[in-house]
Design a protein around this ligand. Sequence first.
Ligand code: EPU
Length: 334
Amino acid sequence: MKIIPHFSLKSLNTFGIDTHAEAFVSVESIDELKTALSQKDYTQKFLLGGGSNMLLTQPIPGLCIHINIKGIQLIEETDGEVIVEAMAGENWHDFVQWTLDNNFGGLENLSLIPGNVGTAVIQNIGAYGVELKDVFHTCETVEIQGGNERLFQREDVHFGYRDSVFKREEKGRFVITKLRVRLTKTNHKLSIDYGDIKPALGEKKITPKTIAEAVIGIRKSKLPDPKVLGNSGSFFKNPVVSSLHAETLSMQYPNLPSYRFGVCLTKIPAGWLIEKCGLKGHREGDAGVHKKQALVLVNYGNATGEEILSLAQKVKKNVLEKFKIPLEFEVNIY
Ligand code: EPU
């Protein structure tokens, strides 16, 4: 474990923002993580996972700790189910592939989501009708102040839409080190009702693997590959508005896509709202709104974090003025 001063973070954030950390260390075990957290020379500690859900608008002061703890193992097995454990530094998609290679069901709809296992918990990643919370068993953490270990049960995590206790009450207090998920060996609970999935499956037999292939195909056709075009996936959350507001809007826009969200609430795709503001494909310098999916902002090369943020604020302002709907950022801004 080596602490490196003035370290470039360009290759460690999927937006490809060229900024640096005052100091950087990559930790490969829980013991190394505890040692890094106890470094007294740096009062500020910044935890970095896959760098896929953040926008860096300034250099990071203090010590940036890159969670690079690897390992996947089967913990428990019954006739129909398994509990699998993945360490926080595993790449999320590699983990999903591992489960599919072992014929376990549950994570197929979450294929190809960028980022790492640890951060997947923080924002309760979701796609095509499935969220991480649906398979979550437990997660283990280390407290940033003091280095104590704490296990979180499902009910402790208070999962919501792209939300958990780690984004709210416990924000900045814990580092997630391990995730355990409960997956199926037989009688898989397959989710194929989300719009694009059935057509992508065609005549194929419906299995976790074929669903994963369909999801991968859809994502590749709409969402930019961060290795090719810097981005952090959805920049905005899909807003939840009163159903009355949604009904009023749908009188004006009969094609408004919307989904019931609990009692009296409706979720509207931010991508649709942004597109209707005429901003899909809009570009300001190297910062842009993606051409195929308007809720994704992209870095065409050398955009700074501030430039992307300023575009994001412009998008928010336009949507608020046109639809009276305040958009919320899904990515974390630093
Ligand atoms: N739409 C538009 N224009 C656009 C984008 C979308 O009109 O530019 C419309 C589509 O036609 C469709 C609706 O909006 O009617 C929904 O679009 P899509 O299926 O692409 O999903 P989304 O609601 O825009 C959410 C997640 C994605 C996830 C997909 C699939 C959020 C913030 N985003 O997007 O998650 O992959 O559903 O489940 O909830 C991510 O979090 O990084 C991410 C990509």
